[in-house]
Design a protein. Structure first.
Length: 165
């Protein structure tokens, strides 16, 4: 039998355009012993395409399998898992859906080139853009994944499965 450590309480932030869902989640949180609304949040639940600036993120997609009425209880269960440090991975792909904002196709290309050790000039050449545009893309990737520099971006990408060698 597994004996885990004592339950920990996590702070949740709601950044939702769907006001009915936000209200339902807030009401459920009032009755949940391990999750509370609060800042700084351990995880942000959002349905927006533009991700919050920092922290672990649980993005609710528009997947038709969720149906018209997503289950708030399941969303809070997923938020608890994400807040505890786990990543949720869709069954149809290998990209984590919880820990980092969604990278665009171009940003994923830039991140792959960073993992290969490419400088801005080579990134620009491979993407057929100017060096200043390549720098802009690199900065956007660093900001989105919360990295302070290229080396940290590579470490985060490899650790979190955002890119592979």
């Amino acid at each position: 039998m597994w004996h885990g450590c004592a339950a920990r309480s996590y702070r949740i932030a709601l950044d939702l355009e769907d006001l009915d869902l936000r209200d339902a989640l807030a009401e459920l949180l009032d009755h949940h012993p391990d999750l509370t609304l609060g800042e700084p949040a351990d995880v942000v639940i959002t349905d927006r395409t533009a991700a919050p600036a920092a922290g672990r993120i649980l993005r609710l997609g528009s997947d038709s399998r969720l149906g018209a009425d997503p289950a708030p209880g399941l969303i809070l269960a997923a938020a608890h898992v994400v807040a505890a440090g786990f990543d949720l991975v869709p069954s149809h792909g290998s990209e984590p859906v919880s820990s980092h904002p969604q990278l665009s196709r171009r940003e994923r290309e830039v991140l792959a080139l960073l993992v290969e050790g490419a400088p801005n000039k080579l990134i620009a050449r491979n993407l057929d853009v100017s060096v200043s545009t390549a720098k802009f893309h690199v900065a956007a990737v660093l900001q989105k994944i919360g990295a302070r520099n290229r080396a940290e971006a590579v470490a985060i990408a490899l650790r979190d499965g955002l890119a592979s060698i």
